[in-house]
Write a protein that binds this ligand. Structure first.
Ligand SMILES: [Fe+2]
Ligand SMILES: [Fe+2]
Length: 215
């Protein structure tokens, strides 16, 4: 990547961080400090997964990394936008992206990938591209990572029976995801790797619970 691209990505990163800092200094809304910290670290991991997938799939690495950095931008507001959060993020990012020297096509491309990452819907017309699919894949890969697994059960670790019941249900859900098609072969491979980890771990947890009996 050339120095101009690296400089643009650095400025986008600063832009997202500034938005987070602004919100945290003013009012966190219904989010906790942990929520913002999680969101930022998730964002950084999605960028790296996006880069890895984009390189393997011969996509435009800068477009992917820029969109990954911005994909959850609106989560750094003190407002819960729900399924709209991709489209809101794209709207918030657009005026800033226009100051970075991108062509109008590049701005549209990044905004589209950001807008559709939640529910495949944007509020403007644009073709679905390889880069769009990669942003989606990268987000999904991190959403099923090892850290997310821990977070999922953090309230149940001291409630053993509840934990096991929740794990049993979760294994079934994760197994259904195994048949899901992702946007790219590389994304799908990374996603399966996450699912395998989670399923193996939870199956072992349930297996061990069967040993929790008196002799
Ligand atoms: Fe998101
Ligand atoms: Fe995300």
């Amino acid at each position: 990547m050339d120095t101009q691209s690296l400089e643009r990505l650095r400025r986008i990163k600063d832009f997202v961080q500034a938005r987070r800092a602004q919100t945290e200094a003013r009012d966190r809304g219904q989010y906790t400090a942990f929520d913002y910290d999680y969101r930022w670290k998730h964002t950084l991991r999605v960028v790296q997964y996006g880069k890895r997938i984009a390189e393997a799939e011969h996509a435009d690495v800068e477009i992917v990394m820029a969109a990954c950095l911005l994909h959850d931008l609106s989560k750094f507001d003190s407002v819960e936008y729900g399924v709209e959060h991709g489209r809101v993020s794209a709207r918030l990012a657009r005026p800033f992206l226009e100051t970075l020297g991108y062509t109008p096509e590049q701005v549209d491309h990044i905004c589209f990938a950001v807008a559709v990452h939640v529910d495949d819907k944007a509020d403007f017309e644009h073709p679905v591209t390889l880069e769009t699919k990669i942003v989606n894949d990268a987000d999904n890969v991190d959403r099923f990572g090892a850290y997310r697994l821990l977070i999922h059960y953090r309230d149940q670790v001291e409630e053993y029976e509840q934990l096991i019941t929740k794990a049993e249900k979760r294994i079934q859900t994760l197994k259904r995801y195994l048949t899901e098609e992702l946007g790219t072969p590389t994304g799908e491979r990374l996603f399966r790797r996450q699912l395998d980890l989670q399923i193996n771990f939870l199956e072992r947890l349930v297996e061990d619970s069967k040993l929790t009996v008196e002799p």
